[in-house]
Design a protein around this ligand. Sequence first.
Ligand SMILES: [Fe+2]
Length: 199
Amino acid sequence: MKQARFRNFGEAQRDDWALIDARFRDYIDDAPRRVLAHLHNLAGDHHGYPVDRYEHCLQTATRALRDGADEEMVVCALLHDIGDDLAPANHAEVAAAILEPFIDPLNAWMIRHHELFQGYHYRHFFGQDRHAREQYRDHPAYERTVRFCDEWDQASFDPDYDSLPLEHFVPMVERVLGRAPRGGLPEPLPKESLPEETP
Ligand SMILES: [Fe+2]
């Protein structure tokens, strides 16, 4: 497959960037598949919980769907813990980073803060303030984040729940992550439009 030949960016020419840009767009289009493949990494180890994180994610998404949440919210529910294996001390940031370019900023805020909000249900067992989420009481995403955690996330550790299979959610993930990223992507300029200082 064709690839650029430069050894450093100082040698790279417009046609190199055009070639790389074309490949990058294919790579972005394939991102939903890679995200879903990564979700499988959460299967297997329960970490002491009644269900593993993969089942927890399916169950959270299923509950959201059955409660009438919109597609974007269901996808948020499915992917909200996808960072658990790579960033166990900071997992919410991973899901927020993956989803943020494609979703409502309030939903991205919800994902980013879900760990603190979820803490209402366990922080007191660790000598922490379970009401810490109240500092965000006036935030426009407060109510949805409370609902996300109280009704779907913290409730989804039931080994006997009839969660829908991942296949049910695949088209939803493809549609949400297949949206144009907010702000768009820069495209290589045509040769005749390049600035003068371009080598
Ligand atoms: Fe969760």
